[in-house]
Design a protein around this ligand. Structure first.
Ligand SMILES: C[S@@+](CC[C@H](N)C(=O)[O-])C[C@H]1O[C@@H](n2cnc3c(N)ncnc32)[C@H](O)[C@@H]1O
Length: 300
C-alpha cells in the first residue's frame, strides 16, 4: 500500500501557512542541520558496531524511507558501506530535468516546484555544510537509492546486516506488512533499528508549532490539538498507532532485543487534558512518549 504525504485538500491559507513554517524551519536549520545529521550518523554507526560487530566498510546496509536527500545513505556510502536507501518519494539530492519530470509524474507539479525551491535555497548549502562537518567531501552522485515501498521490498531474503529507519513507520498504514518485510530481508546475524515518532505525543501530529515542545512551546496552537479539537490540522498521512500497537506487531514478527523511548511535554499535560484524552483512549504513557526505537533481530 502506498503512503502519500501531501498537502492536497488543505485550504489555501493553511497551505501557505505550512509553507511559511517549512521555509522558517529550513532557514533556521532545524530541518537540515549538518551537525545533527553527523551526530545521528555516529549513533547509527555505533548500533552497527554494538549489535552486529562488523565495520561500516564490511556492512550491507538498508535505510528505509531515506528521504529525498538520502543524507544517511550518502554518509554510509562515504564511509565505504554497500548501502541502499528506499523511499516512495523521488530522491532530489541531485536535480536534473529528468528528476524534475519524474517528481511531476509521481508527486505533481506543486511538489516539483517545492522541491526545486528547496534544492536551490537550502539543499546545496546543506550538502556543503555536511561535507565540512564530516571532514571530507560527501559525494551525492552514484548513490543506490530506489523508489520502493517498505511493505513490498524487492530484495532477496537475508540481504542486510543493518537496517535502519528514521521517523518513517508512523506514516505506514500496513505496519504488519512492513515489519514482516524487515524481518525477511534482515540477515540472521543482523540488526534492525526502527525509530518511530509516536502520534499521541504532543509533537506527534507534526504540527510545526509543537515539534519541539520543551524548547519552543506554541502560544498559538493548544497542546495535543491533534487529539482534541484539531483546529490546526496538518495534512500529512499518519497511521495514528499507539506505542502498544507497535510493540505488539514488532514482538509478533521479530525478536525485539531492546526498546528505547524518549519523553516530552509533561509540563503541558494538565489534569483536565489528561482526563479529556483518557476518555478518548489515550493513557499517560501515550501522551508523554515522543519516540520509540525498536532494536530487533530476525525471527526465523
Ligand atoms: C519524515 S521523512 C524521514 C526521512 C528520513 N528518514 C530522515 O530522517 O530525514 C519520512 C519518509 O518516509 C517515506 N515513506 C513513507 N511511507 C513509506 C513507505 N511505505 N515506504 C518507504 N518510504 C516511505 C516518505 O516518503 C518520507 O521520505
Amino acid at each position: 500500500m502506498k503512503t502519500v504525504m501531501s498537502k492536497k485538500g488543505l485550504p489555501l491559507f493553511s497551505k501557505l501557512d505550512s509553507y511559511r513554517y517549512l521555509y522558517n524551519g529550513y532557514r533556521e536549520k532545524g530541518f537540515a542541520d549538518a551537525k545533527k545529521t553527523i551526530m545521528h550518523h555516529n549513533r547509527l554507526s555505533g548500533y552497527l558496531d554494538k549489535y552486529v560487530g562488523i565495520s561500516v566498510g564490511k556492512a550491507r546496509i538498508l535505510d528505509i524511507g531515506c528521504g529525498q536527500l538520502a543524507k544517511q545513505v550518502a554518509l554510509f556510502h562515504a564511509g565505504g558501506a554497500r548501502v541502499t536507501g528506499i523511499d516512495i518519494d523521488v530522491p532530489t539530492y541531485t536535480m536534473t530535468s529528468s528528476i524534475l519530470l519524474k517528481i511531476i509524474k509521481v508527486n505533481g507539479l506543486e511538489r516539483a516546484v517545492k522541491s526545486l525551491f528547496r534544492y536551490f535555497l537550502f539543499d546545496k548549502k546543506f550538502f556543503r555544510e555536511l561535507s565540512k562537518e564530516y571532514g571530507k567531501h560527501i559525494e551525492f552522485n552514484n548513490l543506490d537509492t530506489r523508489i520502493m515501498d517498505a511493505t513490498e521490498m524487492t530484495f532477496e531474503s537475508n540481504s542486510f546486516d543493518f537496517i535502519f529507519s528514521n521517523v518513517v513507520f508512523q506514516h505506514i498504514d500496513n505496519l504488519e506488512g512492513a515489519v514482516k518485510e524487515v524481518n525477511r530481508v534482515l540477515k540472521p546475524s543482523g540488526i534492525a533499528a526502527v525509530h518511530i515518532h509516536l502520534f499521541p505525543s504532543i509533537s506527534g501530529g507534526i504540527c510545526l508549532d509543537w515539534l519541539h515542545p520543551d524548547q519552543a512551546p506554541s502560544s498559538r496552537v493548544p497542546p495535543w490539538d491533534h487529539l482534541r479539537e484539531n483546529k490546526y490540522p496538518v495534512n500529512i498521512h499518519l497511521n495514528k498507532l499507539k506505542i502498544n500497537e507497535y510493540r505488539e506487531i514488532f514482538r509478533t514478527y521479530m525478536e525485539v532485543v531492546e526498546e528505547q523511548t524518549t519523553t516530552e511535554g509533561e509540563k503541558f499535560l494538565t489534569e483536565a487534558i489528561e482526563s479529556q484524552l483518557k476518555t478518548r483512549g489515550f493513557v499517560r504513557e501515550d501522551l508523554l512518549t515522543r519516540t520509540v526505537m525498536f532494536f530487533s533481530r530476525k525471527k526465523e
